[in-house]
Write a new protein. Structure first.
Length: 198
């Protein structure tokens, strides 16, 4: 598997571009749409933590285990509507995960998440040569679990008492994955979902 490097990945409606400190205002505005930092089961930064959030993501990129993107909705005039990233990148076993994903409330349950995941999986499997793409989420983040399952990922299991939440409690982590051989059928389904009338 090739090492993921900063790049822009896009469709006719959505653009994923490498996160930079210049995206701070856009991410802050996106998080304010729904005050997403108040959600217990996500890692959305509070307004005054946005710069630190970006720096941590960029440090992960420098360390080689993350590749963070901002999500741009072209239909909304190029507005930043959220973020996502590759993480837990392990080239030796040709595996990476997609996560740290959140969108402004206005864009949740829209074309944006399906398009982003389609772009990220296509890049992972077809450009980078990944054999497996994974996801993880909080055991109480039922919306995220449903969204991952709608993508066609398989539930691998639950890691109990696995990670700290922002409030200091310890969560169980639900793990999902999609293997390279499953990608063609999943891609066809995602394209169908995007093409059908909403």
């Amino acid at each position: 598997m090739l090492k993921p490097e900063p790049c822009t990945i896009e469709s006719d409606r959505v653009r994923l571009e490498p996160m930079t400190p210049e995206h701070e205002a856009g991410l802050r505005e996106a998080a304010a749409d729904g005050e997403l930092w108040n959600l217990r089961v996500t890692s959305v930064p509070e307004p005054d933590e946005t710069a630190r959030y970006i720096e941590a993501a960029l440090q992960g990129r420098r360390d080689g285990h993350m590749l963070p993107f901002v999500v741009i909705d072209k239909d909304a005039g190029g507005r930043v509507v959220g973020t996502t990233r590759y993480h837990d990148i392990v080239p030796a076993v040709e595996r990476l995960e997609i996560g740290y994903t959140w969108y402004a409330k206005t864009w949740q349950r829209s074309h944006v998440n399906t398009t982003c995941k389609l772009l990220l999986m296509r890049h992972a499997f077809e450009t980078l040569g990944a054999q497996l793409v994974g996801w993880r989420t909080d055991n109480f983040n039922f919306a995220s679990q449903r969204a991952i399952e709608r993508l066609g990922a398989r539930k691998d299991g639950v890691l109990r008492h696995h990670a700290l939440r922002r409030d200091g409690t310890v969560r169980d982590t639900v793990m999902y994955s999609l293997a390279r051989g499953e990608w063609p059928e999943v891609q066809a389904q995602l394209l169908w979902q995007l093409a059908r009338p909403r």
